[in-house]
Each structure stands twice: as structure tokens, then as C-alpha cells.
Design a protein around this ligand. Structure first.
Ligand code: MN
Length: 312
């Protein structure tokens, strides 16, 4: 605040001060088969960011003998799964008969709708590396019993600037689009910053966002980011200002606050305990989804349904 003009009629101009607060979300270790990973969402105090309701971070790891990923056929309802790799490869197979070799820069988007089963494995021929995220997106009530679908593509929108490159995983960035089909306002982007670069990315102020530094070093606004920590940004931000000294790779997610209360248990997103019990019963009866044709081995059995779900 400073005084302008003189004399008796003092006039004060208050500069606009924006308070940028980014909340680092706590995470916990989890085990998926032989793979140890970090579960970032749901976090204590922050269950969702837009429609994003689940965020597992795994790697970077290298291996020579035992492939780190072998997730046997298991079902999903009421959500979309999105696999995004920074390094390595995964084979996706599902009960629609889809097969997709997922690699870096490759969108693997499965819409479970009323029910699908899939398996994810490190392929026999592999680079010996794995580094990525597994994300879930809740489906709005109006579409969540739709038939299942699967998209696999590397033809994604890209924003190139002298300071870096943005690959659009979900939604739109600066007029570039993801071909992925989403059912509520959703954003996902991988951002690569060059050395000694500053990058201002426009944001939709009606969205909430989460940003994670995956490699290198970066500042968001004036805060230095810890690696592999997801920082939550409330709605109201119309841009994110990033910079890096050594170069960086970041993941940005966002979307309109979801506005529906969801229930998550095992691999299901639903709205009631009755629905969970029904999905559980149908999976056990081989009636929720077809078999996954290319997977050799047993499928995953559902864990026992917790009493709190049965009682509802
Ligand atoms: Mn899955």
C-alpha cells in the first residue's frame, strides 16, 4: 500500500495480492502383487481432485528377472482407469478382448461403466524399467451404468514452447486436446520443462488441480516442489507458473469439483452398500464381466465384503 498524490486528500492504492497456497497431500505405501507403490489418492482429508478419485505412483524401478507387474483379471464398475507411463511398458488385456501395449506417452483409458474385467502385466519382452501412475476417474451418476469401453492411443495433443512441452492426457490445454473420452470436466497433462526454463500454463479457475514433480527440480509459483508429492490447488487459479533449473517432468491433474458423494471399495466406485454387495456377488458368480481371454492364470477373487457395507 502506498500513498499517491499529495496534500490533504490522501489516496491509497492497494496492490492486488494473490495468496498461492499449495497443500502437499500425505501418501502411504501400498502393495499391488510384487509391486510396492505410493497411494496418493484418496488421501486423508482429500478424497478427490475433480473426478480423479485414485492415484497410485510406482517406480522408477529397474529389474532384470522378475517382472514387477502382474495384476490378474479383476473387475471395475463406475469409474475409468487411466495408465500413464514415464518409462517402461505394460500390456493391458480386458474382457472386451482389447489388448494394448502401453508405453511412455501412450494413453490407456478404460471406461468400466456397468462392469469390465482387465489384467495388467509387464510384457515378456521389456526394457527392464517401470515408472508411472495408475489413475481412476469417477463416472457421474448419469452415465455410470453405461456399457464398458476402451481407448488406446498415442495420438495426443501437444503444446510446444521454447521452455517446454505439454502432452494433453485429458481435456484441453491451450487449444490442444486429448482424444480420450471423459464424462465430466477433466484435465490431465504431462509437462516437460527444459533447463533454466519458466513456463506459465493457463488453468480453468473453476477447476481444482493437483500437481506432482516426477523428475528433476521445479518451482510452482515461489514454492520448491518435493518430488513424488501431489500438491492440491483449490479452484480460483487461472494459471500455474512453473520454472526449473535442471529440467523437470511434472504431472498435472484437475477438474470441476465432482459434486457427488461416491463410495469406493476394492475396485468399485458406487453409491451404496447394496450396489457394492451386488457387484461383489456378480463377480463371484462370473456374471459382472466376461473372462479376460489372453491372460493365463487365475483371476483375482474379491475380498470379503466389510460389514459396514453390508449393513447399509
Ligand atoms: Mn484395474
Amino acid at each position: 500500500m502506498w500513498e499517491t498524490g499529495g496534500g490533504s486528500s490522501a489516496c491509497y492504492i492497494i496492490p492486488e495480492i494473490k495468496m498461492f497456497t499449495m497443500e502437499p497431500l500425505p501418501q502411504r505405501e501400498a502393495q499391488v502383487g510384487p509391486l510396492t507403490l505410493h497411494r496418493v489418492l484418496p488421501a486423508r482429508g482429500r478424497r478427490m481432485i475433480g473426478p480423479w478419485c485414485f492415484f497410485d505412483r510406482y517406480g522408477p524401478l529397474s529389474f532384470t528377472e522378475n517382472p514387477p507387474m502382474d495384476v490378474a483379471p479383476h473387475p471395475h464398475i463406475g469409474l475409468q482407469t487411466l495408465s500413464w507411463l514415464f518409462d517402461g511398458e505394460i500390456i493391458h488385456n480386458d474382457s472386451l478382448g482389447s489388448e494394448c501395449l502401453v508405453g511412455p506417452g501412450h494413453l490407456s483409458l478404460m471406461t468400466a461403466g456397468r462392469g469390465i474385467a482387465h489384467a495388467e502385466q509387464t510384457p515378456r519382452e521389456n526394457s527392464g524399467k517401470l515408472n508411472g501412475v495408475q489413475l481412476w476417474i469417477a463416472l457421474p451418476d448419469a452415465v455410470r451404468s453405461m456399457p464398458p469401453a476402451f481407448q488406446c492411443t498415442s495420438d495426443l495433443g501437444v503444446v510446444e514452447r521454447p521452455s517446454g512441452v505439454v502432452t494433453v492426457i485429458a481435456g484441453d490445454v491451450s487449444g490442444q486436446h486429448s482424444p480420450g473420452k471423459f464424462f465430466s470436466p477433466t484435465l490431465g497433462a504431462e509437462i516437460k520443462l527444459h533447463r533454466n526454463a519458466a513456463f506459465d500454463l493457463p488453468l480453468d479457475p473453476s477447476f481444482e488441480h493437483g500437481i506432482m514433480l516426477v523428475e528433476g527440480d521445479a518451482y510452482a509459483y515461489t514454492s520448491q516442489l518435493d518430488r513424488d508429492t501431489l500438491y492440491y490447488l483449490t479452484p480460483g487459479y487461472d494459471e500455474i507458473r512453473l520454472k526449473s533449473e535442471q529440467g523437470a517432468r511434472l504431472l498435472l491433474i484437475g477438474g470441476a469439483p465432482f459434486g457427488e458423494t461416491i463410495l469406493m471399495w476394492w475396485n468399485f466406485v458406487a453409491r451404496s452398500g447394496e450396489e457394492m454387495a451386488e457387484a461383489h456377488r456378480r463377480w463371484e458368480a462370473h456374471a459382472l464381466a466376461g473372462e479376460v481371454p489372453r491372460y493365463t492364470g487365475a483371476r483375482l477373487e474379491a475380498p470379503e465384503l466389510p460389514g459396514r457395507l453390508i449393513a447399509r
